[in-house]
Design a protein around this ligand. Sequence first.
Ligand SMILES: *Cc1c(COP(=O)(O)O)cnc(C)c1O
Ligand SMILES: [Zn+2]
Length: 406
Amino acid sequence: MPFSYVSHLYCPKCERTYGVDQIHQLCECGSPLLVAYDLESMRQEVKREALAEREPSLWRYHELLPVKHREHIVSLGEGMTPLVPMPRFGQKIGIPSLYMKDEGVIPTGTFKARGAAVGVSKAKELGVKQLAMPTNGNAGAAWSLYAARAGIQATVVMPVDAPEMTRKECAAAGAKLYLVDGLISDAGQIVAKAIREYGWYDASTLKEPYRIEGKKTMGLEIAEQFSWQLPDVILYPTGGGVGLIGIYKAIKELQALGWVSGHMPRLVAVQAEHCAPIVKAWSEKKRESAFWPNSSTVAFGINVPKALGDFLVLEAVYDTDGCAVAIGDEEILAEQRTVAELEGAFICPEGAAAFAAARKLRESGWIRGGETVVVLNTGTGLKYADLIHTAPLVLEPGDPFPKRES
Ligand SMILES: *Cc1c(COP(=O)(O)O)cnc(C)c1O
Ligand SMILES: [Zn+2]
């Protein structure tokens, strides 16, 4: 039996196909390419029970991943993150069956490790020696670290405002790091020029087809962790949207394999109020988004004014009867604290936006009483330590303990 059932790349816009043994970036028509598998053969030959004995990492799904040979895998043990019940917060917002898929505990501290693990592994399999990418920080950190492990040289360009921790991760990994006084879209233009000049592998979001396959494993894991009974709603903080596209693709593949029962979950794209191109497009019933000018949010990972895969995100939302919701920065910061206080989870602001969206959608009745809901916490709050302000009393050695106020 093959290690991977990967068959080819295809264009979701013009339906051209490409091989998986040579480097391909975008389709000739400019669209991202997606990875296809021989699900028919896999359905005959692989049973989901085989997973039970495998290691708890995303590579347990190697048949549904694009790396053909085990020896090309570059791994730090990523994947199989916990699906944590959130009873107290859930009770408070009227969703007793609320779960957090916690990506805060994965190597590099965000789910970007999934895309990097699979993307870098496939790049290694294709013989890549140098790659470059624009990033809002977390992807650059993850790709720098996995590239280091693979012996690939990484060049990363990120906005000066990106979380400082991610800069340090890139530097520690020995990546060539540049800052741009602008947005990720500005970083993207600089990287595109450098790639034309130097011929590097373009690891920009959706400009190589394999990152999405890594992110897809969040969907595979959610299904397996629920014993293959799908939840009703999944909320996802959406920037480039790769995670959402990936979860949708994962569940469709599991359905084709006959491994899951129940309806396709309703997928919710959560954005920030001042960077909400997908929400705007969805509310106008459009199939593509427009560039969002002067975007800003504390949830840096979702500050993406125009996503290359916007049409795929919107398709996933429409096809699943999902929706798109925007959350303000103040609400994000308040929700981050509420989740920490009630559940002991120090989540990232992107994850907090998704929890706030769950609250809103329950209030409006869009999430119905008794539904099972999963919120993706895409990273650890530790990466954004500057967002939490504290003012504890400073005591002198020998001071008596101060009187308590209450
Ligand atoms: C990148 C990122 C996101 C957005 O992910 P996409 O798949 O690009 O939509 C959300 N949260 C965090 C912490 C991120 O780093
Ligand atoms: Zn095409």
